[in-house]
Design a protein around this ligand. Structure first.
Ligand SMILES: Nc1ncnc2c1ncn2[C@@H]1O[C@H](COP(=O)(O)OP(=O)(O)OP(=O)(O)O)[C@@H](O)[C@H]1O
Length: 825
């Protein structure tokens, strides 16, 4: 047995609260492992001093916290002990910072992951398998952070796995880096939200889980008991959502709903811690089942695990009340003792494990049903079992009969086969005996055997006189008929024919039997010598058909026999399954009887607690309570008896039923008596009534006033907050107005300078326009001048060509005159 390790960590004041913290109010003082509230002048506030295993002040870092609080748990987890570390505290007190850390100050989760892998590397004598999962409990629903589609997962409980979340994705990992990457991806799916208290407030409880399995490396050679065992430990690292006062967080809508769920589950956690801190005798029923969080953390709280809790505290004076609440929670948690032990599973117990699982599944299936339904189901299963047994016996008998008739048929077939063989041998020997000189005559004729001969295709006999064909053709008497081929199985194949007949090929298809044989050595024929060969043929054909039928029948029977065997095996399997199931079911009433016993104890506890609230033992309420208690206990006892009887393996007999009925009757009478006595006690005197009425009225009034006072306080807080908010808004507005005014002036200046620039540009534009018009005019004049010049050039070129023509004719004329002149006259 060891106590839970509890530490407190005070976070540094946040930038938004730093100013208010500087105000000279009460403050927390940390000294060694003690934290106490001090007045502004340093005197301690009475009753507000707490001691823990460790107290970390504002200057602490995550690795310091890890070293002192969590490292041992991680080492133990590698050695096979379950471990849990969780952070508890009001919203914005630094839980997520402690568990997840920051870039410069890695949190407990990443330090733990790295340490696990480092320790595994050092444990060289064992081999390890690590699985990780990451879930959140958001609005009392479990979601898988590694697989966002896995929502609303259910919690189950089994003998070997304990409490577990069904359907949660588990990743097998082999390095710290891989785990940290997975965590990063899971973090994206987590629910965060902004509140007045925390810009990034966790809206869900998260549980990061590592399952560490290990086995000795030399399992086969070493001592069986130690090395063959598999160690399985579960390490939970939990970041709880913070408790919050709705007024402070300013939550509404979704945030409000989340806040309610968070507070409710933390309240249940508080209740569980309260109960556990009371010690084993006083604690009674522990309400683990009241929330998913406590259900999952059940082994960590008073169970088989090493557990540490880090309670985070916000230093600001405004949070003093919440911080006190956290410290009280921590003080109570300190009293809890756990009993951690190495979890070892023997490998040859795997079958047993599976059976336990099946029993568990069956139990779960049956849980929630009422006892009659259970009994009916048991009866139904028993009936089914009997039915199956009967059916099995019937089938076994049928099978036996089938076997017998099968043997009979086989015997018939073998007899027929023997007959047929006899017949064949008779036919063969008779053929052999009746070889005749006719063969010799045919021998010469066969020399000239022609393949064209339509009548009789018989192979050469001379080629191999001792061969099969020759022998078969060697009739002692002149045959009128060729031998009868009884069975083509005995006839040589084509190659053989060729070998035997020196290249002569016989057409087996054309082989015919000659008609009407007169002599046969067969006994049958002796009795009826006139029997024709057709008759034999027919008989042989018949026998062959019979044989084929018999063989078919035999095959069919073999098939059905195999089917029957299969069916039989299947039935045997089903029956043994059913027998196992019925054995398991037989255990159910016993378990139910146990759980009814437990319920009875819890019920008693509840009622005794309720009675302790009633001051006057003789009051009506007290009487009512004690009667209810007795009735309830009796009811539970009858249920217990019922289940006990059922667990004994009997159906509830008539006499037992009447016993239960009697008990019911007694309960009913007791109830009637109580009601009448209650009614009687109501007739009290008028003065007593008045007194009571007055007392009631004053109590009610007092309660009303106290309620009103509470609501006024609450409204005052709300108004105060609103006032602060409005002031803040006003300040913001002023600042924004100044900013806007400044921006407006700048804009005005910009506008004037732009206007000036615009005028200058206008002037420049006018000048450019003038220049443009002038250039256009010049261009027109130039164009016209150019046109004129072109016309002149045209005229000049016309005149030039005209002159060129007249010059050429003048030249010609001149040339002819010179010719004339030169010519001798
Ligand atoms: N030890 C610390 N050193 C520096 N900053 C811290 C420390 N603890 C908390 N903070 C800062 O305080 C703020 C609130 O912390 P955090 O989000 O961890 O609170 P929480 O308890 O997880 O709140 P909630 O329950 O709303 O999720 C964050 O900005 C965080 O960085």
């Amino acid at each position: 047995m060891e106590k839970i390790c509890v530490a407190v960590r005070v976070r540094p004041p946040t930038s938004t609260t730093q100013d208010s913290n500087n105000s000279n109010g009460n403050h927390w003082n940390v000294e060694s492992n003690r934290i106490s509230l001090h007045k502004p002048l340093g005197t301690p506030v009475p009753g507000a001093s707490y001691a823990f295993d460790h107290v970390f002040d504002q200057n602490s870092n995550n690795s310091g916290v890890y070293e002192l609080l969590t490292k041992d748990i991680i080492l133990a987890a590698v050695e096979g002990f379950n471990g849990t570390a969780f952070a508890y505290g009001q919203t914005s007190s630094g839980k997520t910072y402690t568990m997840n850390g920051s870039e410069n100050d890695p949190g407990i989760i990443s330090l733990a992951v790295k340490d696990v892998f480092q320790n595994i590397e050092m444990a060289t004598s064992r081999e390890f398998l690590i699985r990780v999962s990451y879930m959140e409990i958001y609005n009392e629903e479990i979601n898988d952070l590694f697989a966002p589609d896995n929502q609303k997962l259910q919690i189950h409980e089994s003998l070997d796995r304990g409490v577990f979340v069904a359907g949660l994705r588990e990743e097998i990992v082999n390095s710290a880096e891989q785990v940290l990457k997975l965590l990063e991806s899971g973090e994206v799916n987590r629910h965060f939200g902004e509140t007045n208290m925390n810009a990034r407030s966790s809206r869900s409880h998260t549980i990061f889980r590592m399952v560490i399995e290990s086995k000795g490396k030399n399992a086969n050679s070493g001592e069986l008991s130690n090395l063959d065992a598999i160690r399985v430990s579960v390490l939970n690292l939990v970041d709880l959502a913070g408790s919050e006062r709705i007024v402070k967080t300013g939550a509404g809508g979704i945030r409000l709903k989340e806040g309610k769920h968070i507070n409710k589950s933390l309240l249940v956690l508080g209740n569980v811690i309260n109960k556990l801190s009371e010690g084993p005798k006083q604690r009674g029923h522990i309400p683990y089942r009241d929330s998913k969080l406590t259900r999952i953390l059940q082994p960590a709280l008073g169970g088989n695990a090493k557990t540490s809790i880090i309670c985070t505290v916000a230093p600001e004076e405004v949070h003093v009340e919440e911080s006190k609440g956290t410290l009280q929670f921590a003080s109570r948690a300190k009293r809890i003792t756990n009993c951690a032990q190495v979890n070892e599973i023997l490998s040859d117990a795997a079958l047993l494990k599976r059976q336990k699982l099946e029993i568990e599944e069956l139990r779960e299936k049956l849980q929630g049903s009422r006892s009659e339904v259970l009994e009916q189901e048991i009866l139904k299963l028993r009936n089914d079992m009997l039915k199956y047994e009967l059916e099995r016996e019937k089938l076994a008998m049928e099978l036996e009969e089938e076997r017998k008739s099968h043997k009979e048929r086989e015997r018939c077939i073998s007899e027929k086969q023997a007959k047929l063989d006899d017949f064949n041998s008779l036919v063969t020997s008779s053929d052999h005996d009746k070889r005749s000189a006719q063969d010799l005559k045919e021998e010469s004729a066969d020399k000239h055997y022609s393949r064209d001969s339509e009548s009789f295709h018989t192979p050469s006999l001379k080629s191999d006189p001792n061969g099969f064909v020759a022998k078969r053709s060697n009739y002692s008497q002149p045959p009128e008929f060729s031998p009868v081929v009884d069975n083509f199985g005995n006839v040589a194949d084509e190659d053989m024919w060729l070998k035997m007949n020196n290249g002569f090929t016989v057409d087996l298809d054309a082989l015919q039997f000659t008609p009407a044989r007169t002599t046969q050595s067969l006994t049958l024929n002796e009795e009826s010598p006139d029997l024709s060969i057709e008759h034999y043929k027919e008989e042989i054909e018949n026998l062959k058909r019979q044989l084929a039928n018999a063989v078919g029948e035999k095959n069919e029977l073999e098939r059905s026999h195999a089917n029957q065997l299969l069916l039989n095996n299947r039935l045997m399997e089903e029956i043994s399954e059913l027998q196992q199931e019925s054995l398991l079911i037989r255990d159910v009433p016993k378990k139910l009887s146990e759980s009814v016993g437990n319920c009875k104890d819890i019920y008693k506890d509840i009622l005794s607690v309720m009675q302790s609230f009633v001051a006057d033992e003789k009051s009506l309420t007290s009487k009512l309570l004690s009667t209810t208690s007795e009735i309830g206990v009796q009811l539970f006892s009858s249920l217990e008896t019922q289940f006990f009887i059922a667990a004994d393996g009997h159906n509830v007999s008539v006499s037992e039923n009447s016993l239960v009925q009697k008990q019911g009757k007694v309960i009913f009478e007791r109830l009637n008596e109580t009601i009448s006595s209650l009614v009687a006690s109501q007739t009290i005197t008028a003065s007593e009534q008045k007194e009571l009425a007055l007392e009631d009225a004053s109590a009610t009034r007092k309660e009303e006033i106290s309620n009103e006072l509470d609501s006024i306080k609450e409204s005052y807080h709300i108004l105060e907050n609103k006032f602060k908010l409005n002031n803040q808004l006003l300040e913001d507005c002023k600042e924004r107005f100044c900013n806007l005014e400044r921006e407006c002036n700048i804009l005005k200046e910009e506008k004037t300078s732009l206007f000036q620039k615009l005028t200058v540009s206008d002037k420049k534009l006018g000048l450019v326009n003038d220049q443009y018009e002038k250039i256009s005019k010049d261009l027109n004049t130039e164009t016209q001048r150019r046109k004129k010049l072109e016309e002149e050039i045209t005229q000049f070129s016309k005149a030039f060509s005209h002159r060129q023509v007249s010059f050429r004719s003048f030249n010609n004329e001149l040339k002819s005159r010179i010719e004339n002149l030169r010519a001798p006259s």
